[in-house]
Design a protein around this ligand. Structure first.
Ligand code: 6PG
Length: 223
């Protein structure tokens, strides 16, 4: 586990984009390809917008999603809709290498389909993750049965963050990846971060060996 502190979300996003680019180029140089798992929510958007300006070996990238919201295809609130707008629409990644979650089909069927895709895929190279104010990550929420589901992709019900039904990569897939980068910004996250640093096992705390990127506001610093 490593921690880095940044003055602002913009500085954090710039570092994160550079780090992802570095790891992508390394994976492509070593193995001929890179499997990158995108985070949802709002925090990673700036990182994606910076990443699209970088000369990455886009044709050698495979894109996966850490979680998705069970909404119709193209819905503005879907994580892949955000990723399309901020990154995927702007870079030449072959459509067949963008592995969307079929969350529109509902949690069970989408999770089963994605788990099958993941089982046939190599280990993920890079996983990007955000954190919610309750310490959730991807769609792994406190006290939710999805936390103990060992499948590669898991159905999620009763999410406290709308929509209630989601699909998430499980800890099994997330912790098997080569690198995990956790991006946490804003004062709304300070309470959960303090609880985690005090040893509370909030869902994100079960992410193994993460590169924690945090801004001053999330660390509770007001100056
Ligand atoms: C989602 C996300 C979720 C997100 C956190 C943080 O679908 O909502 O995958 O895990 O990363 O809730 O969200 P923000 O970045 O918007 O604060």
């Amino acid at each position: 586990m490593s921690e880095m502190l940044f003055e602002s979300p913009a500085e954090l996003a710039a570092y994160a984009a550079g780090r992802v680019a570095e790891l992508c180029q390394k994976a492509v140089a070593e193995k001929g390809g890179c499997h990158l798992v995108l985070a949802g929510g709002t925090t990673p958007r700036l990182c994606y917008e910076l990443l699209r300006q970088m000369p990455l070996p886009w044709a050698s990238l495979h894109i996966w999603f850490g979680d998705e919201r069970c909404l119709p295809v193209g819905d503005a609130e879907r994580n892949d809709t955000m990723a399309d707008a901020a990154l995927l629409r702007h870079v030449p990644i072959p459509a067949a290498q963008i592995h969307r979650m079929s969350a529109e089909e509902g949690p069970e069927s989408a999770a089963a389909a994605y788990a099958a895709l993941l089982a046939a895929a190599p280990v993920m190279d890079i996983v990007l993750l955000g954190m919610g104010e309750d310490g959730h990550t991807a769609s792994l929420f406190p006290a939710n049965p999805a936390l103990t589901d060992v499948r590669l992709a898991v159905p999620v019900y009763n999410s406290p963050k709308p929509p209630a039904e989601r699909v998430s990569m499980g800890y099994t897939a997330l912790n098997a990846a080569r690198h995990r980068i956790l991006m946490v910004t804003g004062k709304g996250k300070a309470d959960a971060l303090a609880r985690i640093r005090a040893g509370e096992r909030l869902p994100i705390a079960a992410i193994a060996d993460g590169e924690w990127l945090m801004d001053r506001a999330a660390m509770g610093s007001t100056d």
